[in-house]
Design a protein around this ligand. Structure first.
Ligand code: ZN
Length: 383
């Protein structure tokens, strides 16, 4: 069913307000679609509004079918869709509401406790938003199931985190809010955030590495988040390990001395008996850390040939570390990978995240926008 109606030039849609217009012989009251904040009628562009737009009739017998399409001549002045982002982490769950990293309206940090209670608090945060969110993006610690055909899509799978193994992380948002939900790994979320709004805008391919309690990597290749058999596990690259220089056996429960096992925050704490943030800049920990991270970066450079690498995570707060990693990457590549970015501009090639520690939760906003776009393209029907 399709209706063609007209609005008056200058009519304005705003949140919470409705606009009356004529639809054939009917008088129709229309309001804004969920998450849309403003729209002015200009008469230049043809827009199909349906069935997302809430509308109803007044004073006319019969009803406009809920699934009707309404064709209106309107000009979209500004549509910024308000969405929700969630980054689940080992110690806290960060939530944000906004249209993007440059327009975050509300944020909340929830301690990561038992999953049902923790996710319910996040759902309540979005329910209370003044503008209802149009979609939610979830960037989750892993491992996670990213196969959209799998019955456990959107689940955290085999995590050792107590209570969280085989937990449906995306489902509660879909069920409670009735909106599209995007789902990916926390590090892919951060990569998407940096690609959309941060240090890797229009850079493709690029890789995001996080060096925190654990080490993970994600990235964009050909405009898409890097997925595959499961998802990249760059933290578990195997490295040369000189046991005479570093007898620490490694902290990875699977591999011992992989990159994560040798260079994660957890490994630093176990090797040196102190949290990394308490180790002074001249501590021998940092030269060793730079060596391992540089070895990992070199493998990433040779496999994926990224045009830029962003390295974030709590361990990188040691300001001395990143310059040392850059120098060692140049040394270890030994002139073989011939690129101006590496030979002349290594400071612009390996960079910190522009969104800082918000990369993950802001990236989740980008996941939400992408889920909404996918949903709309699937829901649209030919006119
Ligand atoms: Zn490992």
């Amino acid at each position: 069913m399709r209706y063609v109606g007209s609005l008056h030039r200058g009519d304005v849609f705003e949140p919470g307000r409705t606009v009356a217009f004529t639809l054939g012989a009917r008088r129709v009251i229309a309001g804004l679609e969920r998450g849309v904040e403003g729209m002015r009628v200009g008469g230049r562009r043809r827009l199909r509004i349906a069935p997302h737009l809430a509308y109803r009739e007044r004073g006319v017998p019969g009803r406009v079918p809920a699934n009707a399409l309404v064709l209106l001549d309107v000009e979209l002045v500004e549509i910024r869709r308000v969405v929700g982002g969630v980054e689940t982490g080992g110690t806290k769950v960060l939530c944000a509401i906004g249209t993007g990293a440059d327009d975050v309206r509300r944020q909340l940090s929830i301690p990561t406790a038992e999953p049902r209670e923790t996710l319910a608090r996040a759902v309540d945060f979005f329910r209370a938003a003044p503008t209802p969110v149009a979609a939610v993006g979830v960037a989750s610690f892993g491992p996670v199931d990213l196969d959209s055909r799998s019955p456990t899509f959107g689940f955290v799978t085999t995590t050792p985190k107590p209570g969280w193994a085989h937990t449906d992380v995306a489902g509660p948002f879909r069920a409670a809010l009735g909106v599209p939900v995007g789902f990916d790994t926390d590090v892919n979320g951060a990569a998407l955030g940096e690609h959309r709004w941060g240090a890797a805008q229009d850079v493709d391919p690029f890789v995001y590495l996080t060096v925190g309690t654990g080490i993970g990597g994600g990235g964009i290749v050909n405009g898409r988040l890097l997925h595959g058999l499961v998802h990249p596990e760059m933290g578990h690259l195997r490295l040369p390990h000189d046991r005479a220089a570093d007898p620490f056996p490694g902290a990875c429960p699977y591999h011992g001395d992989c990159l994560d096992g040798l260079a994660s925050g957890r490994a630093l704490r176990e090797r040196w008996g102190a949290p990394p943030e308490t180790l002074p800049p001249d501590h021998p920990a940092w030269a060793l850390e730079a060596e391992y991270l540089a070895l990992g970066v070199v493998s990433v450079v040779t496999v994926l040939s990224p045009r830029r690498i962003v390295i974030g995570g709590g361990v990188m707060r040691q300001r001395k570390l990143l310059p040392c990693v850059r120098r060692r990457v140049v040394d270890l590549l030994a002139g073989y990978v011939r690129a101006r970015a590496i030979a002349e501009d290594i400071d612009g090639y390996i960079v910190p995240p522009a969104l800082g520690e918000g990369a993950g939760v802001f990236g989740a906003l980008a996941l939400a926008h992408d889920a909404l776009a996918r949903h709309r393209s699937q829901a649209s029907t030919p006119e």
